[in-house]
Write a protein of this length. Structure first.
Length: 61
């Protein structure tokens, strides 16, 4: 990334600390996805169906 990539966040009022936090969160999600892929983890059927149908996943009652 380069400085201009951060501009949309800066336009929303994000300072350096907030941009750093965004970077950390994105990095963690990327890491966890790669780790799950590496271990061959799969989503459960309910989560898969919610993603496929684009509906919210609800907790069972």
């Amino acid at each position: 990334m380069v400085e201009k990539d951060w501009q949309p966040l800066r336009d929303l009022g994000f300072d350096d600390t907030a941009c750093l936090e965004v970077g950390h969160i994105v990095g963690i999600f990327n890491y966890l996805t790669r780790l799950a892929d590496g271990f061959g983890l799969k989503l459960d059927a309910r989560t898969e169906e919610a993603a496929r149908s684009r509906t919210a996943l609800k907790r069972p009652d």
